[in-house]
Write a protein that binds this ligand. Structure first.
Ligand code: FA5
Ligand code: MG
Length: 336
């Protein structure tokens, strides 16, 4: 019973308010509203903010990344880790130049709260607004949501950290290279430095890729448990995004890293589902500021309390005992 209690899920709140937006947990309302496709399993994870728990692997990793940026850039990066995961379709897609007919906008790929608002599918949803507000160095950490299928490295709720750095012309003029190459090489240096800070020596490679909001675009992969694992996407920000935020004279880079993927490498965590565990055997292995910890696997089954009984009366035989046990446990019990 004690074991069962430990594994019970916390009750799901009836109404949840996030960033001033109220959403109701009412299956009937939600199921009859064709513009909402957020199931209870996802709804119940809203507001948990694993990245803000200092003893959780994701919180420990986030703080270690903050340390790296604070040290390398004398605390110039402004940090946001409490922005609402409910964002508009405009913020999530239009502002980062995702084409109107792109598949990622579909109800099949994205969780819609209603026809105009979604659960952000990346932290890039906050880029444009923060640029418009005049920020030039920032990090945005948060939970993100995608209708992905689940396996050991994919989960429909995960955490990203976005980083953006804007350069003004005096920084690249006189460097001998054009603005884009200047930003691209600074970006790669910064992220290689981060990997070095977190992992020391690690096998990694850059892969060219495509994002609507950066050009050129890259992904960084790390060799982990005999496979190449994609840990982040990044690139030089599309000029159109800077122009719309009144910075057409500038150049910028941006990255979005998968916190779970990096934490899997850092702590040797073999399965992304473990991050959601409330089992003591998981949570007790991690503590604030401890980066060198390697995860120790444990049984898939809940803890089992063992008991011992004696009989002292000659009148009570072993067969009598077996009858008593079988009377309760049925044929599942094989051996005394
Ligand atoms: C993006 O989300 C881009 N917004 C990243 C970016 C930002 C590019 C800024 C350029 C500039 P992508 O879909 O590849 O890109 O996701 C980024 C990272 O999130 C991946 O590299 C991976 O580490 C992680 N990730 C993606 N999907 C999942 C998932 N289902 N479960 C866990 N981690 C995931
Ligand atoms: Mg990717």
């Amino acid at each position: 019973l004690a074991a069962k209690k430990q594994h019970k899920q916390p009750p799901i709140a009836a109404v949840l308010e996030i960033g001033g937006v109220k959403i109701a947990k009412d299956d009937v309302v939600r199921e009859s509203d064709p513009s909402n496709n957020v199931p209870d399993a996802i709804f119940s994870k809203l507001g948990l903010q694993l990245h803000r728990r200092d003893n959780h692997p994701l919180g420990i990793l986030k703080n270690a990344i903050f340390d790296y940026f604070d040290t390398s850039y004398s605390a110039k990066f402004v940090k946001f880790d409490d922005l609402s995961p409910i964002v508009s379709v405009k913020e999530n897609f239009d502002d980062v130049l995702v084409p109107a007919d792109h598949v990622s906008r579909s109800y099949n790929d994205t969780y819609y709260v209603d026809a105009q608002n979604v659960l952000r599918c990346h932290t890039s949803a906050h880029q444009a607004e923060l640029l418009r507000k005049g920020h030039t160095h920032f990090l945005v950490t948060g939970d993100v949501y995608r209708r992905d299928s689940i396996d050991s490295t994919h989960y429909p709720v995960f955490h990203q950290m976005e980083g953006v750095r804007v350069f003004s012309p005096d920084e690249w003029l006189g460097s001998g290279v054009d603005a884009t190459s200047y930003a691209a090489s600074d970006l790669k240096k910064t992220l290689e430095g981060l990997a070095q800070h977190l992992f020391g020596a690690v096998e990694m490679r850059w892969v060219d890729t495509y994002f609507p909001f950066t050009n050129p675009s890259f992904e960084l992969e790390i060799y982990f448990q005999e496979n190449w694992l994609e840990v982040l996407g990044c690139g030089v920000t599309e000029q159109e995004i800077l122009k719309r935020s009144g910075r057409e004279d500038s150049v910028a880079w941006a990255f979005g890293l998968g916190l779970e993927r990096l934490a899997m490498v850092l702590f040797d965590i073999p399965d992304i589902r473990l991050f959601w565990s409330t089992d003591q055997r998981f949570t007790s292995q991690f503590s604030e500021g401890k980066l060198g910890v390697k995860f120790k696997p444990y049984s898939k089954f809940p803890p089992c309390y063992k008991d011992m009984s004696f009989w002292i009366s000659d009148a009570f035989t072993e067969n009598n005992l077996c009858e008593v046990v079988r009377g309760i446990a049925g044929d599942l019990v094989e051996e005394a």
